[in-house]
Design a binder for this molecule. Structure first.
Ligand SMILES: Nc1ncnc2c1ncn2[C@@H]1O[C@H](COP(=O)(O)OP(=O)(O)O)[C@@H](O)[C@H]1O
Ligand SMILES: [Mg+2]
Length: 260
């Protein structure tokens, strides 16, 4: 038992080995070897175009939707290399949820947005769905604001509320891992701060990979940081190390705002 428990703690949630990604002949990721630890927030930082979103989308095979792309190397999640063609991408995306920069609720009610994923996966009993929708909205710190208006269109919510709804929707399939691509960058500071606190509260239950351009945000809430540069991970480590004593000059220059 003790051995098993120790292994559980030591196994990273995600491990990539020399992972490469190509758009046509353009190699956007040039050999990424990176571990993401369970129940931590890992921040991916780096200038625009360095491959952060491409990497994030590789982790739940969202890039499959883009034509003329290919990969090399490995991505290990839950004991499997998920880059293999045989991977069940529907199951993978249930396990590895995603939240984007711009909230994109379906043109349905608040309730139906959260219930969407569970229904696809066969959950249809109303009492069960009601309970799940409530618990996801609670976890996303939105329940108190919407509990009396669940049948209203999701589009009637404010930007910050819609982003929390996207988090609730992602939680509804009971993922282990949450990928977030600049989830606060389109929001006002108050709504953004609310999402930031929410992300922090979620790491007890989930493993989170967060792309952010906001260095204060990365420093405040992440446990580990990976600095991407030109399709490579230039430097990675505990966030306080990366921010206080980076090894490379480029890392120091980027986090101090000299380029970006
Ligand atoms: N759909 C796409 N088709 C072709 N090239 C793309 C596509 N998406 C991104 N790229 C290219 O891949 C590189 C990495 O982009 P991206 O992953 O979006 O970087 P980041 O998220 O760090 O800004 C860039 O050179 C970008 O132009
Ligand atoms: Mg991006």
């Amino acid at each position: 038992m003790r051995q098993a428990a120790a292994e559980h703690i030591l196994t990273p949630a995600i491990r990539t080995e020399d992972f490469r990604f190509y758009y046509g002949s353009h190699e956007a990721l040039k050999g990424i070897t990176l571990s993401v630890e369970q129940n931590e927030i890992t921040a991916l930082i780096g200038p625009s175009g360095c491959g952060k979103s491409t990497f994030l989308r590789s982790l739940n095979r969202m890039n499959d939707l883009i034509p003329d792309t290919r990969t090399a190397g490995e991505i290990w999640i839950g004991g499997k290399d998920i880059t293999k063609p045989a991977e069940d991408t529907v199951a993978l995306r249930k396990q590895v949820g995603m939240v984007f920069q711009h909230a994109s609720p379906f043109p349905f009610s608040i309730y139906d947005n959260v219930a969407y994923g569970p229904r696809i996966h066969g959950k249809v009993r109303k009492a069960e769905l009601d309970e799940l929708v409530e618990s996801c909205l609670q976890s996303a710190a939105l329940w108190d604001e919407v509990k009396d208006t669940l049948n209203k269109p999701a589009g009637s919510l404010s930007g910050g509320q819609q982003q929390r709804l996207m988090i609730a929707r992602a939680l509804a399939t009971k993922p282990d891992i949450l990928l977030m691509d600049e989830p606060t960058s389109a929001l006002d500071p108050i709504s953004g701060a609310k999402i930031e606190r929410l992300i922090q509260s979620l790491k007890t239950q989930f493993t989170i990979v967060l792309v952010t351009h906001n260095m204060q945000q990365a420093a405040r809430i992440s446990d580990r940081t990976a600095f991407f540069l030109n399709g490579e991970v230039k430097e990675t480590g505990r966030t306080e190390m990366i921010f206080n004593s980076p090894v490379y000059e480029e890392t120091k220059d980027y986090i101090s705002g000299k380029f970006g």
